[in-house]
Write a protein that binds this ligand. Structure first.
Ligand code: NAD
Length: 275
């Protein structure tokens, strides 16, 4: 399937639909990542804390796909926000991945209680200057901490990866991103199996109309909004199914019907402000 790409500051264009590997057991990470690459994914989202960078790296190496055709993201964990620790953590991730650079490096959580997000951001800027990472961004930043890193450094994150799905649409942050030219990336794009999202009648009706699956409809909704999305599955048929969502185009009315599913209490994961 032809996956659309978006321009991203610092790196080659980012494929809008990628493969996420949160909670993928290290023992199967190489196998499922290889399946994703064979299916046609060219964007992989991992993190130090997932413990599976080595498996992801092995699949990349064995795929034979030219490095420049891949977009690889990893993330700085909360225990390494101090400047020197962050530099060392990135070098260690690259070592485990077997790569000279990642296309995107993210601060995984702002963790406001630690108060080191600005220092960590300065480390990412240094890593970018050194060429170890192409684009730099953040994840799970409350609006205040996002403003603080921009204010302190004048460097705007290229992308912000946040929990985002039809039950939790993050309109406030998306408006801030639009003001600053920050891409929005959705984690938990399918709701992480924590709700009845994929059985919601609005979603299933659209799926039936297109001969598509509910997961594909939700992913097509993300794409229609210009959001980068990184669904996870370790089931071979779903790995393929999710990528094929790139070819599903929703009507404006269908997008609006899913827009109407946003909920006050739709958050499924940790509130970044409380960490
Ligand atoms: P997700 O919304 O992608 O849900 C994954 C789950 O949905 C699967 O385990 C499976 O149960 C189900 N599923 C997947 N495909 C399906 C299909 N076609 N039909 C029916 N059910 C299907 O949740 P996620 O894995 O938490 O998020 C995606 C990626 O985002 C992660 O793998 C990770 O890379 C990233 N992530 C980042 C953070 C962060 O803090 N930055 C947090 C969570 C996840």
């Amino acid at each position: 399937p032809a996956v659309p790409t978006l321009e991203i500051r610092g790196a080659a264009p980012i494929p809008q639909l990628g493969y996420g590997v949160f909670k993928v057991d290290p023992d199967i990470a190489a196998d499922v990542t290889a399946q994703a690459l064979a299916a046609g994914y060219r964007h992989i989202d991992t993190a130090k804390i997932y413990g599976n960078e080595e498996g992801v790296g092995r699949a990349i190496a064995e795929s034979g796909i030219p490095r420049e055709e891949l977009f690889v993201t990893t993330k700085l964990w909360d225990d390494a926000h101090a400047f020197d620790d962050a530099i060392a953590a990135c070098e260690a991730s690259l070592e485990r991945l077997g790569l000279d650079y990642v296309d995107l490096y993210l601060i995984h959580w702002a963790a406001p209680s630690q108060g080191q997000h600005v220092e960590a951001w300065k480390a990412l800027i240094a890593l970018q200057e050194r060429g170890l990472v192409r684009a730099i961004g953040v994840s799970n930043f409350p609006a205040q901490q996002l403003a603080e890193v921009i204010e302190a450094t004048g460097v705007v994150p290229a992308i912000h990866q946040i929990e985002l799905h039809p039950y939790f649409q993050q309109r406030e942050l998306r408006a801030i991103h639009a003001e600053h030219g920050i891409l929005t990336e959705a984690w938990g794009p399918l709701g992480q199996g924590k709700s009845d999202l994929l059985e919601n009648p609005a979603v299933t009706a659209i799926a039936e109309a297109h001969g598509a699956t509910p997961a594909q409809v939700v992913l097509a909704w993300h794409l229609a909004h210009g959001i980068v999305t990184i669904p996870k599955s370790v089931t071979p048929s779903r790995i393929v199914e999710n990528l094929a969502a790139a070819e599903l185009e929703l009507t404006a009315d269908e997008v609006a019907a899913i827009d109407a599913l946003d909920r006050e209490d739709g958050r499924g994961g940790t509130d970044p402000a409380t960490k």
